[in-house]
Design a protein around this ligand. Structure first.
Ligand code: HEM
Length: 452
């Protein structure tokens, strides 16, 4: 298309922005699926933050966005709703050079080969929680998974053993997260704007309670004599240097720690909850997983179960980029300011990529590896989730602990409906499960208290 080509937008659902926002908040998966059915592969919605949100469901278009120039495809603006919580230095909110700098500083602790260092911690925390689960009565798995993943990320980040500081941080974070992850809160941010929202007294009080733990912890850690020998994430970040030899300041560190705590815990907990929700409704898949884990020879089926859960129930259903310059995509010329939206949920439900796309079928992953632009639960390009290896490893470890140590009852009850929280999409019944029987643990791997 020539620069003179007029701007145009793909067709999409009618109605004003508040209506679209309300429908998206109530049932994002349903609203997007209905738009796809009516308007085709590419459609436009009107949501807060920008006039036009162009949803993309063709992997070629997704590729164009994820491999596009980061100076044109900004992600920071699309995430600005998180500003009051994460702070302006958060890697999620930056773009271009500042984003690349933060990303490079943050990457080393999340490198795939470091994962083994977290295994003992993950097992210990998972066991401490699941050993207390009752048998024979319904149990909501989602809050339990939330507690496990929060504990793991807190201890992986700080490397501190159980203690008063960790208790204070846990309480402060739980209170803050309970407040900000409510749908009502997100609507409030959309209405007030991030800056005014952050100035609300109740929000400030809760943020201060978290900072009162985080900032002294950062300052104290700077001064420890054995910093170089420590392997927790905070200690690694304190030693990280950018290309000019610069280190992160306290405020930057605070914002990045907050980002890791927030981005890394509910996403993982919710995916685990969906995995349990699906498995108890698919007895063959559950039995096969138990057999594989208890034999301990391979993790092929576990990998397939986790991939299929992330395909069918992606807890984050869209990724967003705001155009800084006009682009041509999907036969349209879009102006700067448009938000282009690689739609995780709808790419994952394409029948040409995934036959019988609404069915939970881990076996589809036995001879298929995930495609970079067709399996996108962690987004893509220079913004791909920093914690993807950590999350995959953590989910396999926790799920492994559960199916190794107990039999779960299967059920013929209908699947739980998706419930939208502020950002994530969770099982509406909080993933109810019943432990049928507990098994003796044999050959227990060593228990450890901190990431080592
Ligand atoms: C199942 C669990 C998880 C899912 C589904 C998930 C998904 C995502 C998605 C969709 C994005 C946006 C990518 C894009 O815009 O292209 C993202 C970004 C990010 N995630 Fe995750 N995430 C998970 C776990 C984690 C964990 C455990 C951590 C860290 C401890 C983490 C840290 C981050 C960070 C720092 C970013 C921002 C990356 C950037 O902007 O450069 N996530 N994640």
């Amino acid at each position: 298309m020539s620069p003179a080509t007029p701007y145009s937008f793909p067709a999409g659902p009618r109605g004003p922005m508040p209506l679209h926002a309300a429908m998206f908040a109530r049932d994002a998966w349903g609203f997007m699926s209905a738009a796809r059915a009516q308007y085709g592969e590419t459609f436009t919605m009107h949501l807060p933050g920008a006039k036009h949100w162009v949803f993309l469901t063709d992997p070629e278009h997704v590729k164009q966005v994820y491999t596009g120039d980061p100076a044109i495809f900004h992600a920071g603006e699309g995430n600005s709703i998180l500003l009051p919580l994460l702070g302006k230095h958060s890697v999620l909110l930056l773009d271009e050079q500042p984003h690349l700098r933060q990303r490079k500083l943050l990457l080393p602790p999340f490198h795939g080969r470091r994962m083994a260092a977290y295994e003992g911690l993950m097992r210990t925390v998972a066991r401490d929680t699941i050993d207390a689960w009752p048998t024979g009565t319904p149990l909501k798995a989602w809050p339990q998974m939330q507690a496990v993943t929060l504990e793991i990320i807190m201890r992986a980040v700080f490397g501190v053993e159980e203690g008063a500081r960790l208790d204070r941080l846990r309480t402060a974070l739980e209170t803050l997260m309970a407040e900000v992850t409510r749908r009502r809160t997100m609507l409030l941010v959309a209405v007030l704007g991030e800056q005014r929202f952050a100035r609300l007294k109740s929000v400030r009080r809760r943020l201060t309670a978290v900072d009162d733990v985080l900032l002294p912890e950062i300052a104290a850690r700077r001064g420890v004599a054995d910093l170089e020998d420590r392997s927790d994430i905070l200690s690694l970040l304190l030693q990280a240097r950018d290309e000019d030899g610069g280190a992160m300041g306290d405020r930057e560190l605070r914002d990045e720690l907050m980002t890791l705590l927030v981005a890394g815990h509910e996403t993982t907990a919710t995916t685990l909850s969906w995995a349990l929700e699906r498995l108890v409704r698919h007895p063959d898949a559950l039995r096969r997983l138990q057999d594989e884990v208890r034999e301990g020879e391979s993790d092929v089926w576990m990998t397939a179960v986790v991939r299929e859960t992330l395909r069918l129930c992606p807890v984050i259903s869209i990724t967003v980029r705001e155009l800084q310059e006009p682009i041509d995509i999907a036969g349209h010329r879009l102006p700067a300011g448009t938000r282009v939206v690689p739609c995780i949920h709808l790419v994952h439900r394409r029948p040409d990529l995934y036959p019988d796309p609404d069915a939970f079928r881990p076996e589809r992953w036995i001879d298929q590896t995930p495609g970079t632009y067709t399996w996108i639960p962690f987004g893509g390009g220079v913004r791909r989730c920093l914690g993807a290896s950590f999350a995959l490893f953590e989910m396999k470890t926790i799920l492994g602990e559960i199916v190794r140590s107990m039999d779960l009852e299967t059920t013929t009850a209908p699947g739980e409906r998706m419930r939208s929280r502020a950002i994530t999409r969770t099982p509406g019944g909080q993933a109810e499960i019943v432990v049928a029987r507990r098994l003796d643990r044999e050959a227990e791997p060593e228990r450890v208290a901190v990431a080592g």
